[in-house]
Design a protein around this ligand. Structure first.
Ligand code: APR
Length: 264
């Protein structure tokens, strides 16, 4: 005889199948079953993910925070003091982004969608995961190619080209700012990211120095029995006691290595 729990699981499964059949004309039971048993692979990415695309990281030698002072270009105070300098800083980043292409690492993460339910939580403000074709991305620190109203944060716009200038206004007549989470500001998507981390079956960290919170604290929400991997060519101090499997490689070859390991 089946237990109450089995019965509940069967009912849940049957109702999911019915929903799929009704919503999806191309429904296939085989694909559905595969999806049902796929594991949740949650991936946290940082600036190193895009380094092989030619975009600078922040804290390495020659990184952006060596060239610029965070307090002058990436804080609400900087915006109040010298908005034109802030706009110029992000215009330069946007210009570099328009000339960049996704790299092998980004494409590798797309391939992983064949084997896992992949969720990418990125600290990056570039759109290289999207351009590579990943389908399930959460931006923690905003998006470089978008602007936002300074009086109504719900008003977010795509930026045409690379320039956002002083005098560019939202539909309510207020100045537009970069759609970026600056130091000292709340991270609106962190609660969603925490839920993702809690539901991970495998957690992979790629190309982040794990210096910036709350993003770096996500690892603490990953269940204790879940394997955690870190892909980075340099030594990274993960601020957590738990075991982390290190893949000491750049994103491109590290992701390829992870795919080989995951496929057995
Ligand atoms: N592949 C993988 N990792 C790399 C590569 C590469 N090719 N090249 C460098 N790295 C690693 C570095 O070793 C480092 O650990 O990428 C990491 C980059 O770290 P940071 O420059 O600190 O970038 P990140 O962790 O993303 O910064 C977090 O800080 O300034 C803010 O908002 C900004 O989102 C950013 C946040």
């Amino acid at each position: 005889m089946e237990s109450r729990e089995d019965e509940d699981n069967w009912l849940r499964c049957a109702s999911l199948i019915m929903k799929e059949i009704m919503n999806n004309p191309d429904f296939s039971l085989g694909v559905f079953a595969d999806n049902l048993y796929m594991k949740n692979l949650v991936i946290l990415t940082g600036a190193g993910m895009s380094a092989e695309s030619g975009l600078k990281t922040f804290r390495e030698m020659g990184g952006l925070w060596e060239e610029y002072d965070i307090s002058e270009v990436a804080t609400p105070e900087a915006w109040k003091r010298n908005p034109e300098l802030v706009l110029r800083f992000y215009n330069e980043r946007r210009k570099a982004l328009l000339g960049a292409l996704p790299n092998a690492g980004h494409y590798g993460l797309v391939e992983l969608e064949k084997y896992f339910h992949v969720r990418i939580i990125t600290q990056n403000v570039d759109d290289l995961h999207e351009r590579a074709g990943s389908t399930n991305i959460l931006h923690l620190h905003g998006e470089l190619k978008k602007s936002r109203s300074t009086i109504d944060p719900r008003l977010v716009y795509d930026i045409d080209g690379w320039e956002l200038n002083w005098g560019d206004l939202c539909e309510k007549g207020s100045q537009l700012r970069p759609h970026i989470v600056w130091f000292g500001e709340a991270v609106p998507n962190i609660e969603i990211a925490i839920q993702d981390a809690e539901q991970a079956d495998i957690f992979v960290i790629i190309g982040t120095s794990m210096q910036v919170y709350p993003a770096a604290g996500l690892i603490d929400y990953v269940p204790r029995n879940v394997p955690v991997y870190l892909i980075d060519p340099n030594e990274t101090a993960v601020g957590s006691e738990r075991h982390v499997e290190i893949i000491r490689m750049k994103a491109g070859e590290g992701v390829a290595q992870f795919i080989r390991m995951a496929r057995g």
